[in-house]
Design a protein around this ligand. Structure first.
Ligand code: ADP
Ligand code: MG
Length: 631
């Protein structure tokens, strides 16, 4: 048997350990690299076949796993290599076959940049899992002789004769002790599915040690879908096709809300489908929802720096040859293609939303709860998206109807327009005073519901911009009501009411300093108001406290609260009368405390210890009332 020895010409003899440790942090990437090489070789063969007008067989990649011999073999029926090509392309690390191939193509009068391998040191990733690698190859060129190259993971290698008879290449990996997990059929098939799910030729996995009944053939498990939806023409696809595809990619998700089919040829090429998922608050949010492909070869599910963060809430696939691979993340940021791609996607997403808005506002409202987080997050974090979407952000009003901020401003009755100015009155879901909302509503002023999570950020953001024609200034319903509703000047009698409430609810001891969370008492004569009192909170302080809370991991910050008592309320006036009569001071005290508790109930609810007192007091008040009724 003729043998020929050689040595890989690299400067550093340590190249293999470096590859093993540094080049790819995830070892299972070897399978992607080798299968990608196999599919490249098939594409090259069919391209050459076309230019030479000869027929070539349908491409196919076969992966055999043998857990007895500890080998994985990857066989393709691509263009194959001669001994000198193996030496050049495989053995001489510094060479990239792509360059040679393009030259060859140019000689044949055809330019095809499309097939340039994208993965640099791809082949050598085999040594991440194998301590010995064999390459068996028969070139498609007339009269070529099959060749076998063996390398045991150092810089020396051997060429020997090969028994290969079909054109193509077989890579045999002798799996190293620490990588034996890949010999499990299950592990190998999940790894393949993860990295090769949409490669353009059938990829078939065969377990050669599968236990068989007599006369049966080994199972051939096809891993991939060779014709993914994003490569197809959108006009040929039905809703069902998108839904099925989504189901396959994200099995636990239910149907997507809607989707965008991306297709662009210039100034870069990109295909993809982005889905708007149904929002699921019980599922942790991940930023690995978008899978990136290059010519149907899976590249990464980490799209950080390639797409703006907020798009990570979408799910789907993006396929582009113009995204540089295997380069450090920091160099991606400066890449002009990346920012072009990113801008394009942002624009497409906003356009799709705009289209839905124009064509079917009810549907837009129907899915608003699911998409609002993503849209507001997008507005806050991406100026381009913000420009396109800010005016399509909806809020639910206290009647449960959705409105934009512009619609809100326009809904304000003329007589309140000036009073309100830039103000947008909001209330916090399940928190702010329901009775105050009702009072505003009774004069035709709507209030908008906000949440605790994304809305504070969006509000802050919108306040620095215009929404349509309007400047907006968000103000909580309990910060503003007395200024909006009609109120009268106070007189001496009103001051007596104030003093009474202070003496009962906030008695100051001599020499004591006021604390941050002490309750202050104010009076405001609000006409037509049904509540005897409400709590007023300073808007700025409220936001500051919220921010401290969200940053400091739930640390709460005392907020100064002011109890605003309404002297026009009959209950309040009666309390003063009873006090002045000197007849029943105990009852006056109960009434004042009750007024405060009712304000607390409608603003944020009673704490446990307040609750007990409230119930006790209610009972005794009712008792008093019933005995009076019986007199
Ligand atoms: P790249 O794919 O980026 O060129 P690789 O290290 O993955 O880099 O492969 C180096 C070269 O080896 C390829 O360009 C190709 O010429 C050759 N090669 C690798 N695998 C095969 C194969 N299965 N069939 C034919 N040629 C191959
Ligand atoms: Mg490669």
């Amino acid at each position: 048997m003729s043998e020929r020895k050689g040595s890989i010409s690299v400067q550093t003899a340590d190249i293999f350990p470096i590859i093993k440790k540094w080049l790819y942090s995830e070892h299972d990437i070897f399978i992607r690299e080798l299968v990608a090489n196999a599919t490249d070789a098939i594409t090259k063969r069919s391209t050459l076949g076309r230019t030479r007008n000869v027929e070539v067989p349908a491409g196919r990649v076969e992966i055999k796993v043998d857990d007895k011999l500890n080998t994985i073999t990857i066989t393709d029926n691509g263009l194959g290599m001669t001994e000198s090509e193996v030496e050049k392309y495989i053995a001489q690390l510094a060479f990239s076959g792509a360059e040679e191939f393009v030259k060859k193509m140019e000689q044949n009068g055809e330019k095809n940049n499309d097939i340039i391998g994208k993965f640099g040191l791809g082949f050598y990733s085999a040594f991440m899992v194998a301590n010995k690698v064999e390459v068996d190859s028969l070139s498609m060129e007339d009269g070529a002789k099959a060749t076998k190259w063996i390398c045991e993971g150092d810089t020396d290698y051997t060429f020997t004769e090969s028994s290969k008879t079909d054109v193509g290449t077989t890579i045999t990996l002798h799996i190293a002790e620490d990588s034996k997990e890949f010999l499990s059929e299950f592990k190998l098939s999940t790894t393949l599915k993860n990295h090769c799910d949409f490669m353009p030729y059938p990829i078939v996995l065969i377990n050669v040690n599968e236990k068989l009944e007599e006369g049966k053939e080994l199972t051939q498990q096809q891993i991939n879908d060779t014709n993914p939806i994003w490569k197809k023409d959108p006009s040929e696809l039905k809703d069902e096709d998108y839904k099925n595809f989504y189901q396959k990619m994200f099995p636990m998700d239910g149907d997507p809300l809607f989707w965008i089919h991306l297709k662009v040829d210039h100034p870069f090429t990109l295909d993809g489908v982005l889905f708007f998922p149904k929002f699921n608050p019980t599922k942790p949010m991940t930023d690995r929802n978008i899978r990136l492909y290059c010519k149907q070869v899976f590249v990464s599910d980490n799209v950080k720096n390639i797409m703006p963060d907020f798009l990570g809430l979408l799910k789907g696939t993006v396929d582009s040859v113009d995204i540089p691979l295997n380069v450090s993340r920091s160099s991606l940021q400066g890449d002009p293609n990346i920012s072009k791609i990113s801008n394009y996607i942002v624009k497409k997403v906003a356009e799709a939303l705009k289209k839905l808005w124009i064509k079917d506002r009810p549907r837009y409202e129907e899915i608003w709860e699911d998409i609002h987080l993503f849209i507001k997050y997008g507005c806050v974090s991406d100026p381009k998206f913000d420009e396109l979407m800010r005016e399509r952000v909806l809020f639910k009003n206290s009647a449960g109807k959705f409105m934009t901020l512009t619609e809100y401003k326009e809904s304000i009755p003329a007589e309140y327009k000036e009073k309100l100015g830039d103000k947008v009155i909001y209330f916090e879901k399940e928190k702010s005073d329901n009775s105050l909302r009702k009072e505003l509503l009774s004069v035709g002023v709507q209030t908008l519901e906000v949440d605790d999570h994304i809305d504070p950020h969006f509000m802050q953001h919108a306040e620095t911009k215009k929404v349509g024609e309007h400047n907006v200034q968000f103000t909580s319903v309990d910060a503003e009501i007395a200024n909006i509703l009609e109120s009268e000047n106070t007189n001496e009698e009103d001051m007596k009411i104030k003093d009474l409430f202070i003496s009962i609810l906030a008695p100051k001891k001599e020499g004591e300093e006021a604390k941050m969370d002490d309750t202050e008492i104010e009076i405001a004569k609000i006409k037509n108001s049904h509540s005897p009192a409400y709590f007023k909170v300073d808007e700025q302080m409220k936001r500051f406290s919220k921010m401290a809370q969200s940053m400091g991991g739930g640390m709460s910050f005392p907020i100064k609260k002011t109890l605003v008592v309404n002297p026009l309320n009959p209950l309040v006036r009666n309390a003063l009368k009873i006090h002045e009569s000197g007849k029943n001071e105990a009852l006056v005290e109960k009434l004042c405390k009750h007024v405060e508790d009712m304000a607390t109930i409608s603003s944020e609810g009673l704490k446990a210890e307040q609750k007990d007192l409230f119930i006790e007091r209610t009972q005794s008040l009712m008792q008093e009332l019933t005995s009076i009724a019986l007199q």
